[in-house]
Design a protein around this ligand. Sequence first.
Ligand code: PLP
Length: 377
Amino acid sequence: MLLAPEITPNAYTTPLRRLLGPGPSDISTRVLQALAKPTIGYLDPSFVGMMEELKALLRYAFQTKNALTFPVSGPGSAGMEMCFVNMVDRGDKVIVCRNGVFGNRMVENVERCGGQAIIVDDVWGQAVDLNKVEEAFKQYPDAKVLAFVHAETSTGALSDARALCALAQRYGALTIVDAVTSLGGVPVLADEWGADAIYSGSQKCLSCTPGLSPITFSDRVVAKVQARPQKSQSWFLDLNLLLGYWGETTRTYHHTAPTNSLYALHEALLALQQEGLEQAWARHKSNHEALKAGLAVLDIRYVVEETSRLPQLNSIYIPQGLDDKLVRTAMLQEHGIEIGAGLGALAGKIWRIGLMGYSSRVENVVACLAALESVLI
Ligand code: PLP
């Protein structure tokens, strides 16, 4: 007898939700339709043409002329890891800013690469303190890399990426910037900032399916990686090997590209370009303002100071006396709305309401406020 699973033999159907958490965000019909196009070979001339457009659209999203700009076949965590395994050698000092969960993951990455993490801690919910980072550079002027999270999804805080990149340049260090939650929601200006490596995620303000990590590297990084005497400890994430597939001239097999997900990302980026980056940033801001006004009426307080608050991720204190899980469950079961719980030290204390990408729409703000009001009263 063969083993057989005990499931009802119907196709899986998903419930209809409004995704107003920390990601994934809602996906538009046009992007879902792109996903359903016939799969073709990843070396098919038609697919290769689409890849070139995809790279150009990503350069627009990142505002960069960097030749090496492409989507990593893996989630944001793969993009993060690709930066560290290629840019950190054994014994390298790396200044890592930690003001939430994802800064801590960067520390983990440095240590797993055999580097020495110089940690600059800030209170969760606050932006990275430039003075502290400058102090770290003064103490460790031989630091090779500065790594920080532009938009800390665990807290809703936005840090000053332009100033942090300028600081790293003054001390001759490369930068690794986490823009998983920022890309498409607030300005990410790779060339203007002089950033060296920026990675993002497909599932937040780009509103594509999860599982891809747009990434861009400066020519300085490419030169460093190409001159590296030892091989990267990761085969899959080795930039030198990936250059053969995503590079300028060659298209040789490295791994089987997730073709349909790439169609979807192409469509999502096309939608972003058609809307215009500045319009997309303005939309995120105005929907945030509308939500903020409604939350004030409900007497709900924000975690992050107004000056460093992310418009696409509203982290708010849970009003006293309310049960975190009960409220989130009621929002989901009764109203079909997903909002996010707090992470780490903020678990049970905050909720995270995302208005990211295609989720950042007035109708979602209205639905969320109405549901919150009915659940809280
Ligand atoms: N960095 C930040 C700031 C994130 O918000 C996330 C995911 O939420 C990640 C990295 C990891 O991305 P993924 O979950 O796609 O691996």
